[in-house]
Design a protein around this ligand. Structure first.
Ligand SMILES: [Fe+2]
Length: 180
């Protein structure tokens, strides 16, 4: 997805491409970390069905504005909310070395994903400016592709999302309460 973001949109500033190549490198490393854990558990990537919403989103969003809103700033940002919930569930299991490795890996990924969302936030802002649109168009775009988009927003990871560039106004709107 990061490579597609780099390939799809030509004539952007050089640091746009630097950003997405950096993200691609992270994602490759994340995949290898998870694949290693799967192997240790006697499994392979593909043994368990996974969703392909990132790929679907990339096919649907063909402008920089929509791509940045949907892929990093919505789908990847949702990962910032989901991972702490997974960690919380794992915390309830009886401790063992494998579990600790899984928890450590998820924490690294969570931490590094903040930067991916942040990059998406920066380039979403860039696209808004280029198209002379207010950043509030974010909600219109998300609503267009995901009409139920913010239903689960009660588990918002406000700290991580703030670091990734979401404003308190946006977070409060999503969570339907004052978050900061
Ligand atoms: Fe990512």
């Amino acid at each position: 997805m990061a490579l597609d973001a780099a390939y799809r949109f030509p004539h952007m500033p050089k640091y746009y491409y630097d950003d997405w190549l950096e993200v691609a490198e992270d994602e490759i490393r994340h995949f290898l970390m998870l694949e290693k854990l799967l192997h240790e558990l006697g499994a392979e990537y593909g043994d368990v069905e996974v969703h392909n919403s990132l790929f679907e989103a990339s096919q649907k969003t063909q402008t920089l504005l929509e791509r940045m809103a949907v892929v990093p700033r919505y789908l990847e940002a949702n990962g910032l909310d989901a991972t702490p919930m997974i960690l919380e569930k794992l915390q309830k299991l009886s401790k063992n070395a494998m579990l600790e490795k899984i928890q450590d890996t998820l924490k690294i990924i969570l931490h590094e994903e903040i930067e991916h969302v942040k990059k998406g936030d920066v380039w979403f802002g860039f696209a808004c400016e280029a198209e002379r649109k207010s950043t509030e168009i974010y909600f219109e775009i998300i609503n267009k592709y995901y009409p139920q988009g913010f239903l689960r927003a009660k588990n918002l990871n406000a700290d991580a999302r703030k670091k990734a560039g979401f404003s308190c106004k946006e977070l409060s709107f999503m969570a339907k309460r004052e978050v900061c």
